[in-house]
Design a protein around this ligand. Sequence first.
Ligand code: NAP
Length: 336
Amino acid sequence: MVGKARGMKFRWGIASTGRIASDFVQGLRQIPDADVVAVCSRDAATAQRFAAQRNIPTAHGSYEAMSQDPHIDIVYVATPNSRHRSDTEMFLRAGKHVLCEKPFALNEHEARAMVKTARAQQRFVMEAIWSRFLPVYVALGELLATRVLGRITDVRADFGFSASSDPHHRLNDPALGGGALLDLGIYCLHFARFVLGGHDTVTATGELNNQGVDVDATYTLTYRNEARATLRSTTRHATPCEAVIIGEHGTIHVDRHMHHPPGFTVRLHGQPEQYHRFDETGQGLRHQVLEVHRCIAQQFIESPRLPHAETIAYAATMDEIRRQLGVRYVTDESTS
Ligand SMILES: NC(=O)c1ccc[n+]([C@@H]2O[C@H](COP(=O)([O-])OP(=O)(O)OC[C@H]3O[C@@H](n4cnc5c(N)ncnc54)[C@H](OP(=O)(O)O)[C@@H]3O)[C@@H](O)[C@H]2O)c1
């Protein structure tokens, strides 16, 4: 298996020159045993410009060319959602480990196929749900494990902003895997699962744009213990982007932005409120990198903290929400 020899750095290749790829390079630079060795783009000049501005030694003029670069151990896939499966599988088949941006895939079928490829190739793959690895989420998880709230009855989370109405923008275009659910709602689903585990039923209502992707949706998840999660994702309206957990002994209020909050407030009945603050001085995307390195060093092909089954479960839940909303991607046609 591709790993790293003692004392050597993990060599990363960056697949795309988009917005989050740029942020991620900053995050990698804050990890001492990560080396950014290459970037690729559909266009050679774009790759060269991105590389020159960030002092990255190699610029590839195609994704295929980077997949054949023998000096790369791990690829960060940060292309539009519609390409996640093909890009991830190409890099896995070329022997690279992959950290793939969320949403991992357009549907459950794609997610399962990607995991199957990683297993066949014995390479690590993980969905880049960076929230999970932030110190603030780790602390929240530890607090919840003490059952501080007693039985949890409700979770609420929202993620919304007013996005461009350009029909070609990747959030609006079904051909690029557009829609608020896959881009933003995944964080709300992650939050609900982080607090309550796997759900029982899901009911969704919402609004689509004239290209047929969701621009505003609310979904309620129910759980066997009678808890509920009420979640909303929208690219039409700026929403608080907060989360609340309600339990029999009080509440926990997670600050804006709930997927990378500066802190959370615990209010227990009859006690003074407590604010837990986490000053993030670096690029928050870097925390997941430590998990990727730890897993690869141990020759794991999945993270025990964000297992493949969880990624597949998010894809399946989003399939069901989209089914209820009436959102279809081309890839759904060949897999239904
Ligand atoms: N973790 C987070 O906080 C976070 C935040 C934002 C987005 N994301 C995820 O990251 C991914 C990229 O999002 P982004 O906001 O960085 O998008 P973006 O700025 O539009 O960048 C996407 C990049 O993908 C490449 N690309 C390849 N094929 C393309 C095509 N057919 N159309 C358009 N671009 C294409 C382009 O780079 P080249 O031209 O160089 O090939 C483009 O710059 C999405 O899956 C998104 O959900 C994650």
